[in-house]
Ligand binder design. Structure first.
Ligand code: ZN
Length: 419
């Protein structure tokens, strides 16, 4: 057996083991605190709500664990098990070689992965989310979303695959630099197209009609010297009871989007404070920093791929007997996550720091206590656990643990109230 095969299998197993260990810790921590609400939350969260959040978190964690093992099996079957090789032979016999054959190869592998992932997606929506009262997706919407997603994947995924394969075939040994530039172009195009063309396929966006809330938002934007093109309300309640708010778009074309579920559960001052937090991610340049980090990481990825795609062992050791550009891309996409997960705690820590900075910004320009109230309402409505395991949280959570985050906001609120 090739040493790289052994290294890959070990990496997959180590990853599974670490994730399973973290997940066990998380479930244990959540269930251990099922009956005791953390200090400072007793007046706002009932024992029933707290216990429900614990059960929901544990159920999600267990399902996620099972899915992770299943996914690892799928990846091993596609690589070492010969799935990528077999689909390559099939696409070559149907479409032929070259860019189109390669595109068909990649689409075939993605199609297989997406069909294999369906049972979990169905179970999550119609059993797990249903059991905890979050699901509002009917079978019709589910099927319509699935078909729209597949059609988009076919068109957009096919186009991106064809462009990258075309560059690989024609741009010589330094193709990966051109490939990376094309990738950046696609990412930029997607940021532009997402709010305009793609999101409206799945949800309805209507301008915010509440004039007093709109005036409050405009005052906040003026105070922070921020320009947004429009404020929209999205019918998130069509699919789920989970609430959220976000910004999309670039430059002067930014849009603010509120889920209708969020607007119905928060008061005006709380909504303003949530918006101030989201706005902080732009004002404090978190978004450009993340984009730059993403560009740097994809540069490293393309450089690595440029080198790997010329190495015979890369194919042979990972279950593909004959070299092809599409196989190189597929192997790279499926195999690298077995190694790159190691940096996820760093990214999570970086994100948590941004969250604290955005909270402090919201405290200065809006209202710290209102933001704390809003977050508690969102934790309650989304059945977020208030008692995560510290190691699990440090490893995975992009947001600070609720107790620490709320305590920090209450301190900020108290400090700002007494000058
Ligand atoms: Zn944030």
């Amino acid at each position: 057996m090739h040493p790289v095969t052994v290294i890959f299998v070990i990496a997959v197993l180590v990853h599974l083991f670490v994730e399973a260990w973290l997940s066990r810790r998380q479930v244990a921590s959540v269930l251990r605190h099922r009956a005791d609400i953390p200090a400072g939350f007793e007046s706002v969260i009932s024992p029933q709500e707290h216990a429900r959040a614990a059960d929901y978190s544990a159920a999600r964690q267990r399902l996620g664990n099972l899915e992770m093992i299943y996914d690892a099996g799928v990846v091993l079957a596609l690589t070492l098990g010969g799935g990528i090789a077999a689909l390559g032979t099939w696409s070559a016999s149907v479409v032929g070689a070259g860019v189109w054959g390669g595109t068909a190869h990649m689409l075939a592998v993605f199609a297989v992965m997406s069909v294999l992932g369906l049972p979990f997606s169905i179970y999550r929506t119609f059993v797990l989310e249903q059991r905890f009262g979050f699901n509002r997706t009917g079978p019709r919407t589910f099927v319509a979303d699935l078909l729209k997603g597949w059609l988009l994947g076919l068109i957009l995924g096919g186009a991106v695959a064809a462009v990258v394969l075309w560059i690989m075939a024609g741009a010589g040994s330094s193709w990966w630099i051109a490939g990376w530039l094309a990738w950046l172009g696609v990412a930029l195009l997607a940021t532009w197209a997402w709010p305009r063309l793609i999101a409206p396929l799945f949800n309805r966006f209507t301008p915010l009609e509440d004039t007093s809330l709109r005036a409050r938002i405009d005052a906040l934007l003026a105070r922070c010297d921020f320009h947004a093109k429009a404020v929209y309300v999205m019918d998130g309640s069509r699919r789920s009871a989970h609430g959220n708010a976000y910004f999309t778009g670039l430059g002067r074309e930014k849009r603010i989007v509120f889920f209708d579920t969020l607007l119905s559960s928060l008061g005006p001052v709380q909504i303003e404070s949530v918006l101030a937090h989201e706005l902080a991610h732009f004002k404090l340049r978190h978004i450009p920093q993340r984009l730059a980090a993403g560009a740097a990481m994809s540069f490293i990825g393309f450089a690595l791929l440029g080198w790997l795609s010329t190495q015979d062992w890369f194919y042979a050791a990972l279950g593909v007997p004959s070299r092809s550009n599409s196989a190189a891309l597929l192997l790279f996409l499926l195999v690298t996550p077995a190694f790159t997960w190691i940096v996820s705690p760093l990214l999570a820590a970086w994100s948590r720091r941004h969250e604290y900075e955005a909270d402090a910004f919201a405290a200065r320009h809006s209202d710290a206590l209102a933001l704390a109230e809003a977050l508690v309402t969102l934790y309650k409505d989304n059945a977020t656990t208030l008692t995560p395991d510290p190691i699990y949280s440090a490893f995975h959570d992009s947001h600070p643990p609720p107790a620490a985050r709320i305590a920090r906001l209450r301190e900020l609120g108290a400090a700002l109230a007494t000058p």
